[in-house]
Ligand binder design. Structure first.
Ligand SMILES: Cc1cc2nc3c(=O)[nH]c(=O)nc-3n(C[C@H](O)[C@H](O)[C@H](O)COP(=O)(O)OP(=O)(O)OC[C@H]3O[C@@H](n4cnc5c(N)ncnc54)[C@H](O)[C@@H]3O)c2cc1C
Ligand SMILES: NC(=O)c1ccc[n+]([C@@H]2O[C@H](COP(=O)([O-])OP(=O)(O)OC[C@H]3O[C@@H](n4cnc5c(N)ncnc54)[C@H](OP(=O)(O)O)[C@@H]3O)[C@@H](O)[C@H]2O)c1
Length: 458
């Protein structure tokens, strides 16, 4: 492709694109821009010194292989026209209007940072937690390092049956020696070592044929040493509508899930130290406090499914069960947070867009574009789609008023913001790997921004 109109994208006047967020979607967008054939300068802004979003702060530490996807992003970052602006929060350190002044186009890649709300009475009780906080905490996310999860009781209940719920359930169930060999944050390993949790209920509002987890993640629950997995055979006895649903082309993964669930339903408990009890067709309606003021019970309403195959919805029957529950985790999805100056649909937690175009010159990618679903790889096609819109618009983009990196640096300097470059991140990375060696872990991550910045002063 040649250069765009007004010379943008030519060697004389490269297209200047600011990407907000350095998770998978941001990196796939950068890669697509570099492959466009235009001269493009990519400036990636990230609120932490460390890049990679949920690949660092979400992916479970015992799934180390998945994190190696960062090798691909590192290659993108090695492009001559890539510039990393770490430790810069857009909306606080720089406004959208300022980015517009210095960049020709902006790509929003800032993910979905909070949790979808579960509004039931008692949800604010002590020992009622979000999976969002728990996963961020065990991954050493700076915002969550001081969280405390009270695991001093026996019964945990996890609501939701997506892959995040699988991560939470697995981490609660796994022997701590196995977790200690991973890059899990040391503070989490210490607290999990003291865990008294014995029974972990994983509860879905719909049936086994609708569960959102994927085959590898559910089968893994059956391989945890010292842990029984229990599924009621009645729950895997499918209705005719379920059977028809599993025939649908989009149900391939559910069919494989069923294989694991049916196998689990045939297992006999061995009296293992821990048990995972997978339940279906139940929704929490209320949490009751125990004598100490923390969660003591959860009220679960039985659901019935109705609707066509592939569109079945859960409806409460009015029938309830009260289950002893000492610690409660809700894992029912993430939710996007807006940035001032960016159009935002607060109900859906996404930026309204069409194929990624928010308006000419502004594009969205990843979870803030389509909502909090999809694997890391899903973001590649999604980012490419948005970059296509940007490239289609490029000939008619006017070009920013002041295409200057120095002007951006001056603004940040004037606000006392210490910018972390990609080469700086590589120093932090090396220090984390070195700390890991001393602890017999693949790496030991810094969990505060101050610690990360201190590495750069050495
Ligand atoms: C707990 C968990 C575990 C997961 N595990 C897996 C897995 O094992 N395998 C898999 O394939 N997928 C997994 N996923 C899904 C995968 O992580 C997502 O598909 C992917 O990370 C979404 O990419 P993103 O770029 O849209 O968002 P993110 O990865 O969230 O990246 C957004 C980035 O934007 C930054 N940011 C936010 N606000 C600002 C701001 N104002 N200024 C500057 N920067 C900002 C954030 O700090 C972050 O770095 C997991 C998801 C979760 C929640
Ligand atoms: N190992 C991995 O590959 C991995 C690990 C973690 C995350 N991820 C990916 O990251 C994405 C996000 O994962 P996620 O687990 O947060 O979301 P998810 O896959 O959307 O699952 C959300 C779960 O919460 C349930 N739910 C939603 N609202 C509820 C409510 N009000 N009451 C009870 N249950 C409710 C959903 O049930 P319904 O189906 O009935 O709506 C579903 O079981 C997914 O695409 C996931 O695959 C991948």
């Amino acid at each position: 492709m040649g250069s765009a109109g007004s010379g943008l994208g030519s060697a004389e006047r490269p297209l200047r694109v600011a990407i907000i967020g350095s998770g998978p979607s941001g990196f796939y967008a950068a890669d697509a821009l570099f492959k466009s054939g235009l001269a493009v300068h990519v400036h990636m802004f990230e609120r932490f010194p460390t890049p990679y979003g949920l690949v660092r702060f979400g992916v479970a530490p015992d799934h180390a292989k998945i994190r190696t996807v960062t090798n691909i992003y590192a290659k993108t970052a090695s492009h001559d026209n890539y510039r990393y602006w770490g430790n810069v929060t857009i909306g606080r350190d720089l406004t959208i209007a300022e980015l517009e002044k210095h960049f020709d186009a902006i790509i929003f890649a800032f993910g979905a940072e909070t949790d979808r709300k579960l509004n039931i009475p008692g949800i604010e009780l002590p020992r009622s937690y979000t999976a969002t906080a728990f996963c961020a905490w065990y991954n050493g996310h700076p915002d969550y390092r001081d969280c405390h999860f009270d695991l001093s009781h026996e019964v945990a209940v996890v609501i939701g049956q997506g892959n995040v719920a699988m991560d939470v359930t697995r981490v609660l169930a796994k022997p701590v020696d196995e977790l200690a060999k991973t890059d899990m944050a040391s503070h989490a390993i210490e607290q999990l070592a003291e865990s008294k949790v014995r029974d972990i209920y994983c509860i879905g509002r719909r049936g086994p044929a609708q569960a959102a987890f994927t085959p590898k993640e559910i089968s893994e629950l059956g391989e945890i040493p010292g842990c029984d997995v229990i599924v009621d055979p009645k729950d895997v006895d499918l209705s005719d509508v379920d059977k028809a649903e599993l025939e649908l082309p989009e149900s391939k993964s559910n069919v494989r899930n069923m294989e694991s669930l049916v196998e689990f339903s045939k297992r006999r408990p061995t009296g293992a130290k821990r048990r995972i009890i997978i339940r279906f067709f139940q929704s929490p309606t209320e949490l009751h406090a125990a004598a100490d003021g923390g969660v003591g019970e959860v009220v679960l309403e039985t659901n019935k499914l109705s609707g066509e195959p592939g569109k079945q919805k859960a409806r409460g029957t009015g029938e309830t069960e009260t289950l002893a529950c000492d610690v409660f985790f809700r894992s029912i999805g993430y939710h996007g947070v807006g940035i001032e100056g960016v159009p935002f649909n607060a109900d859906w937690g996404v930026i309204p867009n069409e194929l990624g175009r928010v308006e000419p010159g502004k594009y969205a990618v990843g979870w803030i574009k389509r909502g909090p679903s999809g694997l890391i790889g899903t973001n590649k096609k999604d980012s490419e789609e948005s970059v296509q819109q940007l490239l289609a618009d490029a000939p008619s983009l006017g070009g920013c008023a002041e295409p200057s990196d120095d002007a951006v640096t001056a603004l940040l300097d004037s606000r006392g913001v210490r910018v972390v470059r990609y080469a700086d991140w590589l120093k932090i990375d090396a220090a984390e790997l070195e700390r890991g060696k001393a602890k017999g872990k693949p790496r030991d991550n810094f969990t505060s921004v101050a610690e990360m910045l201190a590495v750069l002063d050495q």
